[in-house]
Design a protein around this ligand. Structure first.
Ligand SMILES: *Cc1c(COP(=O)(O)O)cnc(C)c1O
Length: 468
């Protein structure tokens, strides 16, 4: 059939941009087969493994396409309508679209879509709200906080006087301690947010603490942004002075960060004059970043646009239901689940009763096609690269459409590996090849039944001859 007949039948001709991306993929395959093969291998791995890394989600193919958009060629410092370079007409519209969708998704009044990551967003925010040596109160790294919340391993632990708060005996944020520490140390910024915390965060209580001592409250929702957007976790956007998030953890977006402001957009910064919205605008550019990444911003626009669909809300609900099912199942099998359960997408296991390090558990599971990362847990005595915990997440499993019934299968598989693995020491293990083969096969079958949304279904091969 000629293309003319196709058109007459209603087929849409490929757009010039699609033709460009298709051509790029074709040339890559021909001119650089080694690189192209690695990309195929990565796709095969993602398709045929159970990604339970709590900080991951899967980007829709259209988000990947936007991230590879021709906008990548645009160099334009500044903001829409106020660039320092010519030729940014389409990019201005793309950035405005991304800002508008970010505001709509989170009910925010101000959105900055330029941060290259949430770490850089946090640096921009903190360095504009706090003077050098200012006091920063954040959840300690060992308690599940993030590096950028004042850890000694991060520049935030050096530029600021970081005071960590921790958890109570039940593994929950100790709000009484937060208030006590705030009154004792008079922080300029209180950070509410976590990287390994399976429970709901009470942002209103954090705001009350911040108000008690006249501090700014920064909420970092990197891990739970998808739940917040879907209403499955209370939103901090109108409670905090500033909210930050990464765009790839639960938003199905590209690598990148966002800065949001809700009700406080007209409140002023430390100089008493500049509004927080204006302060955040300057905080990213020119204070801490140069050119934005226009293609990443296009991908953010696409991912943010997909958040307000019924399907996104359904997935967010399933994320939480799955995590609950996972926690319950693991507890039923005698596993030590921190805080005894979860309110979000995350389940954290204490492996000490099992006599396993986080590293050994992570490696044994990876051999079987289950990806979950080792994690420091409260009171951990093992080094940060070894740890005594394992962090599991349900974002990608829910995106694949798996539900509580499949979580029961996952619990069984995880338990089979953790029971079967022989820990020689904290960094060395042995796993019975029979267990490896049987779990790997079941993982593959599950993945074939629940392909990544919009991705080609993985070929169902059995037997351990197929390496990861
Ligand atoms: C992952 C994470 C970050 C950093 O995000 P990147 O985009 O990877 O830099 C910041 N804060 C929290 C709470 C996180 O979990």
């Amino acid at each position: 059939m000629s293309p003319v007949v196709n058109l007459a039948a209603g087929a849409v001709p490929p757009s010039p941009h699609r033709t460009l991306l298709d051509e790029g993929s074709r040339v890559l395959e021909e001119a650089d087969p080694a690189l192209a093969a690695l990309l195929d291998r990565e796709l095969a791995q993602q398709s045929s493994t159970l990604a339970m890394v709590a900080s991951s989600s899967v980007a829709d193919p259209s988000v990947l396409a936007a991230a590879g958009a021709v906008l990548g060629n645009v160099t334009a410092e500044g903001y829409p309508g106020a660039r320092y370079h010519p030729g940014s007409g389409a990019f201005d519209e793309v950035e405005r679209l991304a800002e508008e969708r970010a505001r709509a998704a989170f009910g925010a009044r101000y959105a900055n879509v330029q941060p290259h990551s949430c770490s850089s967003a946090n640096l921009s925010v903190l360095t504009s709200l706090l003077p050098p040596g200012g006091v920063l109160l954040g959840l300690g790294l060992d308690s599940g906080g993030h590096l950028t919340h004042g850890s000694a391993a991060s520049v935030t632990g050096h530029w600021f006087r970081a005071v960590p708060y921790g958890l109570d005996d039940h593994g929950r944020i100790d709000y009484a301690e937060v208030l006590r520490l705030a009154r004792a140390h008079r922080p300029g910024v209180v950070v509410a947010g976590a990287s390994a915390y399976p429970r709901r965060i009470d942002f209103a209580r954090f705001r009350a603490v911040a108000d008690d001592v006249g501090a700014y409250l920064v909420a970092d929702i990197s891990h739970i942004a998808g739940l917040v957007a879907a209403g499955e976790h209370p939103s901090p956007v109108d409670l905090a002075h500033v909210t930050t998030t990464s765009t790839y953890k639960q938003l199905g977006g590209p690598r990148g960060g966002l800065i949001l402001i809700g009700a406080e957009h007209r409140a002023t910064g430390p100089d008493g004059r500049t509004t927080l919205a204006e302060l955040m605008r300057r905080a990213v550019f020119p204070r801490s970043q140069g050119t934005p990444n226009p293609a990443a911003i296009a991908a953010k626009a696409r991912a943010l646009g997909m958040l307000r669909t019924e399907s996104a809300r359904w997935t967010a609900r399933l994320v939480v239901e799955n995590a609950e099912a996972l926690a319950e199942g693991l507890i039923r099998r005698g596993r030590e689940v921190l805080t005894g359960g979860t309110d979000n997408h995350m389940v954290v296991l204490d492996l000490r009763p099992a006599g396993l390090s986080g590293l050994v558990a992570e490696r044994a599971l990876e051999e079987c096609g289950i990806l979950a990362n080792r994690n420091t847990i409260p009171g951990d005595t093992r080094p940060a690269l070894v740890t005594s915990g394992l962090r599991l997440g349900t974002n990608v499993l829910a995106q694949r459409g798996m539900g509580p019934a499949e979580m029961a299968r996952c619990v069984e598989l995880i338990d089979r590996v953790l029971t079967g693995v022989i820990s020689v020491d904290d960094t060395t293990h042995a796993l019975d090849p029979h267990i490896r083969r049987s779990v790997r096969d079941e993982v593959r079958q599950l993945c074939a039944r629940f392909p990544l949304p919009g991705y080609p279904a993985p070929a169902l091969r059995t037997g351990s001859e197929v390496s990861l």
